[in-house]
Every structure is written in C-alpha cells, then in structure tokens.
Design a protein around this ligand. Structure first.
Ligand code: 3EB
Length: 345
C-alpha cells in the first residue's frame, strides 16, 4: 500500500522551447522569455522578460517554461502577476522606476526593490505560501551611481529593508540571481511554496548575507542553493555563482580562471547537497545551466572550459549580461529536478 500522502503534491517540469505558438496547457505556471528582443509578454502568463542577447546559437529567443502536474489558477496582486496550484506559486512583477515619482531624493531602484519585495511577502503571507524558494532579479543600469551608491547596492538596501519590515530573516533567504539588463525595466520573478527549503551554503565562501560592509551597507539577501521537496520530485536551485572565494573576487581579468573557480564553487555546492542526501544524487553533468557572460567575446573560451570540465552534452544557455560586481566576468546559475527514489520499491 502506498502511504497516505497529503494533497501537497506538485511536480515541476522545466522546458526550453525555441518557438511558442499557443500555450494551451493549464499546467504552465509561467515563464522566462530570454533574448535580446524578448520585449513582449507571452499570452496571459506571468512572463519575466529578460532582454539579454543569447550567445549560444540555439535561437535568438528562448522560452523557459515552469509547469506542474496539476492545473494552475491565475492571479493578480498589486503589481504581481502569478499562477499557482495548491502547493506552488510562480509570480512576476515589473516596476518602471520612472513612474514612481519620488520627490525625496531617494534612490528609485532602492524604492522599487522595497516595493517589489513587500508586495511579494504580502502576497505570500496572504496565500500561505510561506516559503520563498527561488528569485530572479534583473536590474537596469546595475553599475550606475544613484544617490552616491552603485545601483546594485541600492537594490540590496531595498531588499534588506523589505525582509526586515516583513519579519523575514535574511539568514533564511531564497536562492537568487541578480543581473544587469541593458533593456527593459526592473523585474523580479519568484517561486514560492508551502514546504520549507533546505538552504545550502558553500564552505568555500562566506554567506552572502554575511558579506562585510565593503560590498555595500546592506548585504545581499540570498542563500547559495536551496533544495525543495515537491511531491514526487526534489528540486535543487543553485543561485548565481561566481569566482568568489571567502568574500573576495578571484582571478581579476582572467575569464578562464574565473570560469574554473565558478565550477569549483558549483561542485562544492553539489557536495553539500549530496552529503545532506547521504547519496550521490547530484552531479555537474546533470544540471540545467544559465551562464551569464559580461563580455560577449569571452563566450568561446567560457564554453570551452565548461565543455572540458563538465562535458558538452549538458543543457545550457549562454547569455550576455552585466554581473553585479564589476570585477566579475562570469556568473552561472543551475537547476536540477530529480524524481525521489521510491523507498518501498
Ligand atoms: C555573489 O556571489 C555574486 O544579490 O541576489 C549572485 C547571486 C550574486 C545572487 C543577489 C548576487 C545575488 O555575491 C553575486
């Protein structure tokens, strides 16, 4: 007999499509729409438009769909468009900073970020999706100065304030990425659920939420990776990972060495996840990757390093993006979705 399980079952699927006609599937939660010209919304689905040039030659535009094994319902809450089942919620919000009309000389990105995260936490509290699992942040003009501080740092202040204001500890942050975009407005996409994620930190790095003040007055609220059980599947979300050891950027100006160091950091996270599972569940060869490269010219070299270290049959897309620290040339995020082994087989 199968044990009685609660109704909290959901299984993710993740598909990359080069073309999309009509998504008639009510199991789709939402999507990431990626490419230099990814400027339109896709049907009525929560869509995070990521206007970044794709460097690999798979396609000029890609659609990364998040779906589940259950039917989803649609919702709107303030600036958030979301879709959800009874156990998982995918939401997207965009804030056009030029519409905020601040008159107090405050950083518009800091204000927009605080608004965005307050809305997210309000929605999650109201719907009892207590746990934020994974967040993607895309910031226009990430390196520009605003009110005497780089906008990425202003973003960190706004995010930190919202966590504190909404009684969320930054030590319990979600997995995340934060990248610069050259087109489009500030956007945040997120996945939340009712189950507690297991947060994984990297022993080679200081936790981002504990970075020293030299990286900004408020530390970045994210964890290095998170594992969530969802129904018959377990999902590993690996945050944007870079060539950082301790809290310092390593290999300045050397994209090959930065890529190798980044892969060493990814491997360290997998080791933590496998130790926790007491089994070799995760391997570099089996992850799905998004690779952000600052200088498009570096793409062939970066690709060579990944091919040599991980193999050339991995699922990966390469995009050109600004990375939050000016001395970082590359950042890699990853994902794994594993069926849970049946204990009673
Ligand atoms: C780092 O390790 C690189 O601010 O949410 C990676 C992933 C980075 C997420 C964020 C920042 C963020 O500090 C930068």
């Amino acid at each position: 007999m199968m044990p009685e399980t609660s109704a909290l079952l959901v299984e993710f699927e993740f598909t990359t499509l080069n073309e999309i006609d009509a998504i008639s599937n009510d199991h789709v939660l939402g999507l990431h729409y990626i490419g230099a010209e990814a400027l339109s919304n896709v049907q009525n689905l929560p869509t995070q438009r990521i206007a970044m040039p794709i460097l690999s030659d798979d396609a000029d535009l890609l659609y990364e769909l998040w779906s589940t094994t259950k039917s989803c319902y649609n919702g709107k809450f303030q600036d958030i468009a979301f879709r959800a089942t009874d156990t998982v919620l995918f939401g997207v919000l965009e804030i056009d900073e030029s519409t905020l009309g601040l008159d107090n000389g405050e950083s518009t990105l800091r204000a927009a970020t605080e608004i965005a995260y307050r809305q997210i936490f309000l929605l999650l509290d109201a719907k009892n999706f207590t746990h934020l699992w994974r967040v993607w942040n895309y910031l226009p003009d990430i390196h520009a100065e605003e009110c005497g501080l780089e906008r990425y740092r202003q973003f960190n202040i706004g995010r930190h304030h919202a966590f504190v204001a909404c009684d969320r500890s930054v030590n319990n942050s979600p997995a995340a990425s934060a990248l610069g975009v050259t087109q489009g407005v500030f956007s945040v996409a997120f996945i939340a659920g009712r189950t507690v994620p297991t947060r994984i930190e990297n022993p080679r790095q200081i936790s981002a939420f504990a970075y020293p003040i030299e990286y900004g007055p408020r530390s970045p609220a994210f964890t290095r990776a998170a594992v969530v059980a969802n129904g018959e599947y377990e999902t590993l979300f690996i945050s944007g990972t870079a060539s950082i050891v301790g809290h310092e950027t390593t290999h300045h100006g050397d994209v090959v060495a930065q890529t190798q160091e980044t892969i060493a950091n990814l491997a360290a996270l997998l080791e933590q996840a496998n130790t926790r599972a007491q089994a070799s569940v995760y391997a570099l060869e089996n992850l799905i990757y998004r690779v952000y490269i600052r200088n498009a010219n570096d793409y062939p070299q970066v690709r060579q390093v990944l091919d040599a270290a991980i193999g050339n049959s991995i699922r990966v897309i390469y995009v050109q993006a600004e990375i939050c620290r000016q001395d970082l040339l590359i950042e890699i995020e990853a994902l794994a979705i594993k069926p849970l082994a049946l204990d009673n087989a």
